[in-house]
Design a protein around this ligand. Sequence first.
Ligand SMILES: *Cc1c(COP(=O)(O)O)cnc(C)c1O
Length: 484
Amino acid sequence: MNNVDSPLIFELSREGQKGYSLPKCDVPELAMEKMIGSANLRAQDAALPEVSENEIVRHYIRLSTMNHHIDKAIYPLGSCTMKYNPKVNEKISAFPGWTELHPFQPARTAQGALHLMHDLARMLAEIAGMEEVTLQPTSGAQGEFTGIQLAKAHFKHIGEKRVNVLLPDSAHGTNPASVAMSGYKPVQIKSSDQGILDPAVLEKTLDESYALVMLTNPNTLGLFEREIKRVCEIAHGKGALVYMDGANLNALMGIARPGDMGFDILHINLHKTFSTPHGGGGPGGGAVGVKKLLAPYLPLPVVCKDEKQYYFDYDRPLSIGRLHTFYGNFGMMVRAYTYILMHGATGLREVSEAAIINANYLKEKLRKRYKLAYDYVCQHEFVLSGDIQKKLGVKTSDIAKRLLDFGVHAPTTYFPLIVSEALMIEPTETESKRSLDEFVRIMLQIADEAETNPDIVKNAPQNTPVARLDEALAARELNVSYQG
Ligand SMILES: *Cc1c(COP(=O)(O)O)cnc(C)c1O
């Protein structure tokens, strides 16, 4: 039973079934009341499901096959960099030396962990061309918020009141949201016909009311911002800082460094570029790098090293303070560190080169049947428009649903907002030519179907555990309780 009607774990439960067996107790038994006091005991046992070992294993394995994941097949979800997550990352991050650490342990007893955090921050700073890096943010969005707070602290310190932040209309939705959350006003600027920021337009818009220019490079159209040096000059000329949304760093490693382009702040998504697992809103890593000017404001504590040992530096009077209780998602840091060491400098460059080659390969194969939104050599991703298919009555959402029937995850759809019927495709470097060719075959078949048998596309998916969901209902009427 591989559909939504398969039973819940609670429905499988039968009283007295156990998923474990323990040897007979060889020490005197002590009643729980005696140990913790009866006031601390439940009046009734918790309603936990009771199932055998093989039932519980089969239940969760079945569930794991009902959803799509990167261990099943290609996952070309543009902007999300759903690359394969090497299993060695999991092995290393599960070492008991990491997993049995407690965040309250004195730093002198956790030197290995501090060593790793210190070195990972140094390596990310080197890759990005930045001077200092904090690993605390737990997502790209939190990285953006942190970076903007650093800029804000800087302008407060130098006594300048700036209220606006400038973003292009291709920006990821988290950008304006982080700007607004930080108390600045997001101001949108139109991208040029070439899909990038036009320095002339920027020059006209920007004045001393702007704290930041916030850009993604390569941008969400998969295009490198060719005018970036000029853009940074113009911004700095007005006393503004330049923020790079570095979620697309997968295209740049070992090739170009945001710091050298003139950016003052950037965030990096460890869970994209550095292969830590993501999806379903799971744990992430949104490291933030800055130039020296902004280092005094970094969140507390900063991991530092003196001649003898690694330590947490709390002595930063201008710091924006703590982001959260501890130091971020440490497990993600171990995975990213492992990934970087496994590849080395030349390996990371090859990752980016292969990501760019894979994207251009798909772009050239698919443009024969789909409209290409911007006709340039792309970076690690590109954007198609479903306009040709729309004229035949087949929408981009239909194409996305039809892909699911072939066991492929859909690309990102309807983003960036400036491309009609957008299909944003990012294959990543971890897909082989065989898997790219298979994706092309499926996409071309769907283009044929749109012409000859549009109903099959419009009624897709047929082969998935559920068909078309009301995508907004679960958010509006959240119900996760089990009424048994
Ligand atoms: C993924 C992404 C973000 C947000 O990162 P999260 O970790 O999902 O919060 C921001 N900008 C761009 C361009 C992205 O691709």
